[in-house]
Design a protein around this ligand. Structure first.
Ligand code: 13P
Ligand code: SF4
Length: 330
């Protein structure tokens, strides 16, 4: 039996749901029971009836599942941390609040919103301050709702997402620490970013537009605002897939998001919007061998945590869940 057949056999014999984000390697992705963008994966994992969730993605996603489904045992074949989520911790977060306070903005006038790409501890801090979570597919709605509070939004950790949605909503944005006037802004962004999506540039857009005059450009909102401004479509991974799959097959499209996902989108007329290969290093860490080895450990029932099991402290889980539930309520 080859490793793929072994995995399929183990999946059948164990009480497990295998979950994979769109950015996973093809060979891992095709063995998953549930696939989707970060919001869909959080929701669908909650609905899964198995005792075990085997989550192929990055750390904050596995943590999210554990927070929302505390009775499930969540394991990750590789506990790889999203580089953007790693850019913020609770101390950095508190430091940003202090900078806003120094600028004369009181804590009670700030509504924090964290992109789902953040640790449980950061989500918990945001929850404690009355804030909530958003994902790239619902950010517009969440920010709009947040503004009804009359407070300034502190958006963490992705400055690009914050700036892009501020532009879409005709709002003013600023970045903490870059010298911009925080008092003028409706949305104040933490200075984090995704290094994978930073690889797409306006020059890449110009290159494709010059080469094919009828080509469309579709990008993820983690791309720089200068790139989103000249794109024909901006959306989350699921929204990008829907947009591109609905195009006539002869329509050329260049896509600004992670390589694995773009590569399996359509057979023809679909290009990576970059001269580099924009692979997410952490998403790519999970291999078939990791999947197999983790399933193998699950054959032995145990009460103590498995080596690759996701655990979240009770305090973080309590407040992070509140921040996540506020998102689901909108
Ligand atoms: P989605 O929510 O669109 O799946 O994005 C997650 C992500 O990490 C993109 O880089
Ligand atoms: Fe994180 Fe960027 Fe990878 Fe998405 S593509 S998981 S934001 S590092």
């Amino acid at each position: 039996m080859n490793i793929k057949e072994e995995i399929l056999k183990l999946k059948k014999s164990l009480d497990v749901t295998v979950v994979a984000h769109f950015y996973q390697r093809d060979e891992v992705f095709e063995l998953a029971d549930i696939t989707g963008d970060s919001l869909e994966l959080a929701k669908k994992s909650m609905e899964a009836t198995t005792k075990f969730i085997l989550f192929c993605g990055v750390g904050f996603m596995g943590e999210g599942v554990k927070i929302l489904s505390p009775n499930k045992r969540v394991l990750m074949p590789k506990i790889a941390c999203c580089a953007m989520a790693r850019m913020i911790d609770v101390d950095y977060y508190d430091d940003n609040i202090a900078k806003l306070n120094e600028a004369g903005i009181k804590s009670e006038d700030i509504l924090p919103i964290t992109y789902i790409n953040s640790s449980a501890a950061v989500k918990a801090r945001v929850g404690q301050m009355g804030g909530l979570v958003c994902t790239s597919s619902n950010a517009y709605k969440i920010i709009q709702k947040g503004l009804e509070s009359g407070k300034k939004i502190l958006f963490v950790p992705d400055r690009c997402l914050g700036q892009n949605f501020a532009k879409q909503m005709n709002l003013k944005s600023a970045i903490v620490g870059d010298g911009s006037d925080l008092n003028e802004a409706d949305i104040i962004c933490y200075n984090g970013f995704c290094s994978v999506h930073q690889q797409f540039t306006v020059e890449d857009v110009e290159f494709y537009k010059e080469k094919y005059d009828d080509i469309l450009i579709a990008v993820h909102p983690e791309c720089d605002p200068s790139v989103c401004d000249v794109a024909d479509f901006v959306g989350s991974t699921s929204q990008l897939i829907k947009y591109i799959k609905e195009l006539p097959i002869e329509q050329k499209v260049a896509v600004g998001t992670e390589f694995n996902m773009v590569n399996r989108l359509r057979d023809k007329n679909t290009y990576i919007l970059s001269s580099t290969k924009p692979e997410c290093p952490t998403m790519n860490e999970t291999t078939l061998e990791d999947l197999y080895n983790t399933l193998k450990t699950m054959e032995v029932e145990q009460d103590e945590p498995y080596e690759s099991e996701i655990l979240v402290s009770q305090e973080d889980a309590k407040w992070a869940k509140i921040a996540l539930q506020r998102m689901f309520e909108i």
